[in-house]
Design a protein around this ligand. Structure first.
Ligand SMILES: [Zn+2]
Length: 132
């Protein structure tokens, strides 16, 4: 599956909506293509007191519900279609889910794809230890 198709899947859910004065969601949506060929989409949740989470985070939760851990491709977009790279927390989270995710191809802007390894150099986790 091409990144353009993944982007369309994410864009369908990138629709900012306020729930109330404290909570909003959908300012960013993320689509991940797993190694097994499935696509999972997540949305961001923004809250007062920083209790929300990123779109990548909820997409990974969907993936884990289906007993999958390896991500082949990842993209996140805003409602306007701007491609945004994963934040530092998500980079860490993605590589903790599986060391195979250092190979994940990540679209970081409209014309650049990098691996997670390139996005997380000098990682603290022992990359030669595949036991986690
Ligand atoms: Zn994030």
């Amino acid at each position: 599956m091409e990144f353009s198709a993944l982007k369309e899947r994410a864009l369908a859910y990138a629709k900012y909506q306020e729930v109330n004065r404290f909570v909003a969601f959908g300012s960013v949506a993320s689509a991940i293509l797993t190694k097994q060929g499935n696509v999972y989409v997540g949305i961001s949740i923004d809250t007062a007191c920083s209790m929300g989470f990123c779109a990548e985070h909820s997409a990974i939760a969907e993936m884990l519900k289906h007993q999958e851990v390896e991500i082949a491709k990842l993209i996140a977009v805003t409602e306007s279609g701007e491609v945004v790279p994963p934040c530092g927390r998500c980079r860490e989270f993605i590589t903790q889910v599986s060391p195979e995710n250092y190979k994940t191809q990540v679209m970081v802007n409209s014309d650049t794809v990098l691996t997670m390894k390139e996005l997380l150099p000098f990682d603290w986790k022992p990359t030669v230890d595949k036991t986690w």
